[in-house]
Design a binder for this molecule. Structure first.
Ligand SMILES: Cc1cc2nc3c(=O)[nH]c(=O)nc-3n(C[C@H](O)[C@H](O)[C@H](O)COP(=O)(O)O)c2cc1C
Length: 159
């Protein structure tokens, strides 16, 4: 089984997440080929069983590079895909102390990717957010467990 993995990491957190995902999948005999979207053109995408798309957050959306990349991909409807974002950990509201929901009005990193992929008729099999603690990282404590859970939610060889 082959997974093609596309990310747009700027500060390296998304690269760490991608490498961890690859390590977990290798143990299941799955090949994961990781690409930065700046280094590959949408038309150069190779056949795969599943495509993973990953982006950091920027002003409530995925970074521009990944949005442009996703808009240009030409995969057959029904192709399986998964979404993994790195986002700022939700902060408690200064007045109420409540932690905002992951899909608040100003935070649409994952939903934007989801919408583009579903509009293209792709089949989403998994999605997850891994949080960063500061604007450039580091990744939250226990992030590997989140990546592991994400990897586990991806069907491998029909299971
Ligand atoms: C200018 C700027 C704006 C950002 N805006 C958001 C945002 O709106 N939502 C969010 O979750 N993260 C935001 N971030 C933080 C990114 O999520 C974080 O930089 C990223 O997850 C790190 O991943 P990377 O190391 O793979 O680039 C922003 C970062 C920068 C530099």
């Amino acid at each position: 089984m082959i997974i093609e993995y596309f990310h747009a990491s700027k500060y390296g957190n998304g690269v760490q997440v991608a490498e961890e995902f690859k390590k977990i999948m290798m143990a299941k005999d799955v090949t994961v080929n990781i690409h930065h979207v700046k280094k590959i053109k949408p038309k150069e995408i190779l056949p795969a069983d599943i495509y993973v798309f990953s982006s950091p957050g920027r002003f409530g959306k995925p970074v521009k590079e990944i949005r442009k990349f996703l808009e240009k991909i030409d995969l057959t409807p029904g192709t399986r895909c998964a979404i993994l974002t790195t986002e700022m950990a939700p902060q408690p509201d200064k007045k109420t102390g409540k932690v905002s929901t992951e899909e608040g009005a100003c935070q649409k990193v994952l939903p934007t990717i989801r919408e583009i992929l579903l509009d293209k008729g792709l089949k989403k099999v998994a999605e997850a957010r891994v949080y960063v603690l500061g604007i450039k990282g580091p990744l939250e404590e226990g992030w590997q467990k989140k990546v592991d859970a994400f990897a586990t939610s991806i069907p491998v060889n029909g299971k």
